[in-house]
Design a protein around this ligand. Structure first.
Ligand SMILES: [Zn+2]
Ligand SMILES: [Zn+2]
Length: 277
């Protein structure tokens, strides 16, 4: 896929103008990436990238700082002003990606696809007129796939416990989503009901928001573990469990054990595997 066919010279640079670069010839593709790694690297809700032949890229001035964001992937940026400039993947030695908006004329290269929509921040609108890919796009940017499938993503609910103890609400590793043992605290207020049924409902809501942030849903859950200090009361929870998991029917286990806070009457952990988009 060629974004432009005519021979051309493209120039760009960083915010402070210490970095200037030039590209000779037509870019190979123009995309928007919603992946969590690009987002973090640029502190932006999504990042537009222009893929060009590496041999056509020439640094005219300045010195780019490098950060290895994953095995084989190097992102470069201006050490003075912090502008992100490039993305190089050892799996694609012939190409380099440049941040489209570091170009002097980004208007010349509108993106034609959006990649990693499954990582998209919910409030960030997707452009429905572009092709959408849950993950990497077509072969042109398969190098994005190489990095991001291996990228581990940590999801937090903002709970004080996560900070104090040192864990995540969920960890996403490739297709897998591991949701931590979750109790009936309302994490927004750090309050917990004294009703077992309220706690069960809140547990499942907490799990649901972690799954959603991971790009998964209850339908993807393959295993669930319930922990209750009082096994005799477990049947009271069943109608609520059926409401969320009655159709899904994951592998399950119930353990009777004390929980870390006497107010907690139930704790639930789930493991999910996202199905191919
Ligand atoms: Zn700069
Ligand atoms: Zn990305």
């Amino acid at each position: 896929m060629s974004v432009r066919t005519s021979a051309q010279i493209i120039e760009g640079g960083c915010l402070c103008a210490a970095i200037r670069y030039r590209v000779l010839g037509a870019p190979l593709s123009s995309i928007i990436c919603h992946c969590a790694t690009c987002r973090r690297a640029c502190s932006a809700p999504s990042v537009a990238w222009l893929t060009v032949d590496r041999e056509n890229f020439e640094l005219l001035s300045g010195h780019l700082q490098a950060f290895q964001s994953s095995h084989g992937v190097v992102r470069r940026f201006c050490g003075a002003c912090g502008s992100q400039i490039s993305y190089e993947d050892a799996h694609s030695p012939a190409t380099i990606d440049l941040t489209t908006v570091s170009l002097d004329n980004p208007n010349d290269f509108p993106p034609n696809l959006e990649a990693w929509v499954e990582h998209k921040i919910p409030w960030q609108a997707a452009n429905q007129s572009l092709r959408q890919y849950q993950r990497s796009g077509d072969d042109d940017d398969a190098h994005h796939l190489a990095e991001h499938v291996m990228t581990r993503r940590l999801i937090s609910s903002g709970s004080q416990f996560e900070r104090d103890i040192g864990y995540s609400r969920a960890v996403v590793e490739g297709d897998w989503v591991f949701v931590s043992g979750t109790t009936g605290f309302d994490y927004a207020t750090m309050s917990i009901s004294d009703s077992l049924l309220d706690q069960t409902e809140q547990c499942l809501k907490n799990i649901q928001s972690a799954l959603r942030e991971a790009g998964a849903e209850f339908a993807d859950v393959v295993r669930v573990t319930y922990v209750l200090p009082n096994a005799a009361r477990f049947p009271e929870c069943w109608p609520i469990l059926r409401k969320y998991l009655g159709e899904v029917r994951p592998a399950a286990m119930m353990i009777c054990a004390g929980l870390s806070d006497p107010r907690m009457q139930i704790e639930i952990e789930v493991t999910a595997r996202k199905r191919a988009a």
